[in-house]
Design a protein around this ligand. Sequence first.
Ligand SMILES: Nc1ncnc2c1ncn2[C@@H]1O[C@H](COP(=O)(O)OP(=O)(O)OP(=O)(O)O)[C@@H](O)[C@H]1O
Ligand SMILES: [Mg+2]
Length: 347
Amino acid sequence: MAEIGLQDVHKSFKDVEVLRELNLTIKDKEFFTFVGPSGCGKSTILNLLAGLEAVTSGAVFFNGENVNALPPGDRDVAMVFQSYALYPHMRVYDNLAFPLKVKKEAPEEIRGKVHGVAAVLGLEPLLKRFPRELSGGQRQRVALGRALIRRPRVFLMDEPLSNLDARLRVEMRAELKELHQRFPATTVYVTHDQEEAMALSDRIAVLNRGRVEQCGPPEEIYGQPATLFVAEFVGSPPMNVIDGSLLPHLPVSPSVLGLQDEGNLVVGIRPADVDVLSQEETGTLSAQVLLIEPTGNNTWVDGLWRGMKLKGRAVPGDPLTPGRPGFFRILPDRWHFFHKTSGRRVG
Ligand SMILES: Nc1ncnc2c1ncn2[C@@H]1O[C@H](COP(=O)(O)OP(=O)(O)OP(=O)(O)O)[C@@H](O)[C@H]1O
Ligand SMILES: [Mg+2]
């Protein structure tokens, strides 16, 4: 079992502060994901957990034990990287067996474990091949297998799916989740893909420039974003963000939201919470339709309203035409309110 604690962790490279005030606990068997834009410090966190980098201040705990001074080899973690990092001169079998050979396990035992992992990951027919003879998805599966075979107490995964094409990525994502359900082990996952984070994780921490903006289950991150940054980062297509003073009416008054200054309000509305109609109704925002994008499930509509772009969802059967008016109806109870200057959620 493995619970991971990060206590007031800071990390700087020379005078550049990369991680600040990191305080969190990753529970035993949890699938925990750090998500955030490029350069926000995701890989640095994994390197700190693996022991490949040292914290500048603060402490990392495994099961309550401070591991700051514990070298990587003694931490019992397995890391899966974005680049598969397979040994090119070794067949799949030997790539999988390698971590066990290093531990000097008996050949019979190694064989059993390799075939066990290969069966789980569908690698049996590929065991004699070299990495160059595999597709990207197959290589990634071998890399995963090499991490799984050690049965470490913690898995660290740094964007393991980002080299795959869109379809394979979604497939492997489901496989990863299934694998975690069958063999639960503490997993710290890193991605810049918010959808992947939502699909996989028990909990997500959204990072912005080295700081945790919000940490919670996917539904909470999506449903009650704590800051404008989270609101705009999570969800696809991204949330509409509108200055409160532009809106003709709000469902609640700014004072009820606890705002002294009315002008300091920003409203966030997800495109999925906006119906776009061809006929005006009371309470709709009248816009000019710019663009109509059918995606199969939904048809997204961009409209120009008061000089800004709004995105909503077409109502099936109600025809819209670019260049013609469209009427944007924001569903009640789906408004998100933020303090403009601090970016924090209000109400
Ligand atoms: N060894 C290093 N020396 C100096 N700066 C570094 C070092 N490693 C990382 N950085 C800097 O720290 C910041 C965070 O890097 P990190 O690799 O953790 O980002 P990331 O969130 O993983 O980004 P990406 O999504 O692009 O992989 C970046 O600004 C990076 O340039
Ligand atoms: Mg990275």
